[in-house]
Design a binder for this molecule. Sequence first.
Ligand code: GLU
Length: 481
Amino acid sequence: MTVTRFAPSPTGYMHIGNLRTALYSFLIAKHDGGKFILRIEDTDRERLVEGATDIIKSTLAVTGLNYDEGPDVGGDHGPYVQSERKEIYMEYAKKLVDMGYAYYCFCTKDRLEKLHEEDATGGYDRHCRNLSKEEVEKNLADGVPFVIRQKMPLEGVTSYVDSVFGEISTANSELQDQILMKADGYPTYNFCHVVDDYLMGVTHVVRGSEYLTSTPKYALLYDAFGWERPTYVHLPLLMGKNEDGSVSKLSKRHGAVSFQDLIKDGYLPEAVLNYIALLGWCPKNSETEFFDLDGLKAAFTIDGVSKSPAVFDFDKLLWFNGEYIHKLDDVKFRELIGDFIKSDIPDNINKEKMLSLLKTRISKLSEIDEKMAFFIALPEYDKELFLNKKNKIADFDIVKTVLLEAKATLCGVDSFDNDTLFTSLMPIAEKLAIKTGTLMWCIRIAVSGMAATPGGATEIMEVIGKNESLARIDVALDKLA
Ligand code: GLU
């Protein structure tokens, strides 16, 4: 069975790149009917941020990336938080020492710092690699602080085949004797994730390509233990567009790059998920770019993952988001938009009608205040706005005539719904021998003060009601007087 995991470090927020890793990892498992695990990697105690694990869990819940095993959910391989698994790692590290693939290092901080000062790129000089068994035992008995280091082969080459990037090889002479267990008794990421992936039965390790070159070291750990190596799936880099047209690693200066910030900015989780699915993966034989989570599960295969860097395009995301918003049913839209409406909506406004009109005109929920402003208060406008070539309005006389007729008609209309308004106003076009378009243009400008509006004249009047419509027509007549 395919088993994957998402193994974030709780460092504060859910970067879009992390969410993409979670998504791909989830999809690789679910495409095969496999299992998806959440594991919290919190052994770097200095980088811990309070509440960060909750953000991870809530993001996965909101996006539907439900895990089969993990914190809260449980499973046969727990605990799923690394700080609760400390003893396990020490036991495995000692096993490696016994087998000759790791060793105790008692070097003091001072000594290591000096080494670093002398040659910052040189790394550890393997000073403790060949201590005698007696020396080690004496130091341990004396309580000398220690770390445990991996004993890298000094010659030869270590290779593995990544499912996306192909064969990756590193000369063993370039590998540092990296620390597996730290002096504080916590393991390093380099060690514990390997132990956990093995113990949790992970078959596919899915993560960012920044781990591509470290993976030979991890493969050597699998070999040392005699464990079968997992399949590695490293994901392409995520880049952002800079102002000068160049690209660099996606970061805050490119815009909102955390899931939470995007949601706050009015993006829908489904749209974000759909968009990031396509950042580094291309569906085979598919005519659509629109996928819900079930669609993704069915379509996602590793051979569709690209190794070229993916560029995060905010315009494309905005477009996707708009498409998702336009497809919402009105009830759902009203529910979601609630939190984004900051302005007071006066009583004359038919809120439901207004929101139905606006739904297809916004690309993110946070645009709502700006888009509905003209319903609430008539914007300042210049009477020149009435002039319009297409509708053959070249002077203000016709506008005035139309508005006076419209005013007279509207005064006698009681039910301000779109259909009634339309049938009541239509005869004016015939009477004045003008096109419907010309008639409605004049009225629409008067009641909205804008050249482009969501909805036509009668729809706008339906939203703002009789008194406000007539008041706005009077404002226009004053301008034209
Ligand atoms: N904790 C690591 C990170 O957040 C996980 C890398 C991995 O998936 O192995 O980058």
